[in-house]
Design a protein around this ligand. Structure first.
Ligand code: GDP
Length: 377
């Protein structure tokens, strides 16, 4: 998963030790603790000191001049991003003496980073935001010699990436606890992205959480889609409401909701069509299903391998029916990671889950830490 992007990032970090001038980055001397008497330290306390080589960078004092602060806030305004608590992690690596990082050698590193991200299908606005964030985290700061140059640059990049991922806060399982029943969820996306499989995986999650589920087979355009969903419903032991091929998908959704109401079922999961060749009809169909079924949540299912195309598809569906969250599929075979990094930031909707395989259990809640662990470990 994300191997290509991960190795590109690693080579950028490695290069930083050749390109950046270490004297311009590190503080000149160790911080001096003035006016404090020496402290007696017990053997136990010494044993409990973490080994720097095996620990993530720890926190040291931050002290920026007025001029530096002005420059920082200007950069932040340009990036249009609010500083968050993670960004302060890099700030806390900053020392209070010595020279500063010069911008010129940094440009080389940032150019390399930009190419690595673009080659990995990260959306252009997101690339720009990351680059500005990294610059923000490095320029005119001085770092403790406790960290290698690679660590300094890696942390700066990691925090910038974390910042673009911060929109990914959606806990589906928590959300669903407090919804009126039956809770209707509509799944939207192009054929072949893994929409049907994702519905089956979400059904499994809900069944494991003791929720009763009804599936609505609203992709009436393809007989195969109805059959495929029926196979999943049978395997998972849930009711499926379906009609014949070419039936009105909105009426199938209506029937499924009526069934759920009469049988006191908790959740209705609506599958929809995703044919590309008749796109306008498809959008009209989605609008009608949404109008009739009034879903509490509309989930766009996108194929992570499609990269920027997945983002463009999400934008079209969002403009037409308004999507609330994203499921990204096939992430197990995605070496680039571009869609996972950029989709939420680009469309302003969180990734609820990523799917990482063909088994029902191959579904994973998404959050920034999950992504960062896979990119930076
Ligand atoms: P739909 O046309 O959008 O409903 O797509 P399907 O659910 O039928 O999935 C299309 C193909 O992708 C099937 O062969 C699935 O087994 C496969 N697939 C779905 N999700 C994943 C995933 O997360 N990882 C992998 N490797 N394959 C997946």
């Amino acid at each position: 998963m994300f191997e290509s992007l991960k190795s590109k990032l690693k080579s950028v970090f490695k290069k930083s030790s050749d390109v950046l001038d270490s004297e311009s980055i590190y503080e000149k001397k160790e911080p001096v603790i003035a006016d404090k008497p020496p402290v007696e330290v017990s053997d136990e306390a010494v044993d409990s000191i973490p080994d720097v080589a095996t620990q993530p960078p720890t926190v040291i004092e931050k002290s920026l001049s007025r001029k530096e602060q002005l420059k920082l806030s200007k950069l932040k305004r340009v990036a249009k991003s609010e500083p968050n608590e993670e960004q302060s992690l890099t700030s806390k690596m900053v020392g209070d003496s010595g020279k500063k990082i010069k911008e010129d050698p940094l440009d080389d590193i940032l150019d390399e980073l930009e190419v690595a991200l673009l080659e990995s299908d990260v959306a252009y606005p997101v690339v720009q935001e990351i680059i500005l964030g990294v610059r923000d985290n490095l320029v005119n700061k001085k770092y403790s010699r406790e960290y290698t140059l690679e660590q300094v640059v890696e942390t700066a990049v990691k925090e910038a990436v974390r910042n673009v991922l911060h929109i990914n806060e959606f806990d589906f399982m928590k959300w669903i606890q407090n919804q009126p029943r039956p809770t209707v969820i509509m799944f939207i996306g192009i054929n072949g992205t893994g929409k049907t499989t994702a519905i089956a995986k979400v059904t499994k999650l809900l069944r494991d959480d003791d929720k009763s589920v009804v599936m609505a087979a609203c992709d009436t355009f393809r007989a195969g889609a109805i059959e495929q969903l029926t196979v999943h419903a049978d395997r998972l032991g849930v009711k499926i409401v379906k009609q014949s091929q070419d039936a009105d998908p909105a009426s199938v959704a209506f029937d499924a909701i009526e069934h759920a109401k009469s049988k006191r079922k908790d959740i209705v999961l609506i599958d929809t069509a995703g044919r590309m060749q008749t796109n306008n009809n498809l959008i009209d169909e989605m609008k009608k299903i949404a109008r009739i079924s009034k879903p509490a949540l509309k989930i766009f299912v996108g194929d992570s391998l499609a990269g920027n195309d997945a983002i463009e598809q999400a934008k079209v569906f969002d403009a037409a029916v308004g999507i609330d969250a994203v499921i990204l599929t096939k992430i197990d075979t995605d070496a680039k990671g571009g869609a996972a990094l950029s989709i939420a930031h680009t469309i302003g909707k969180p990734i609820a889950f990523v799917c990482n395989g063909q088994e029902y259990s191959d579904i994973q809640k998404f959050n920034a830490d999950w992504m960062l662990e896979r990119l930076f470990e």
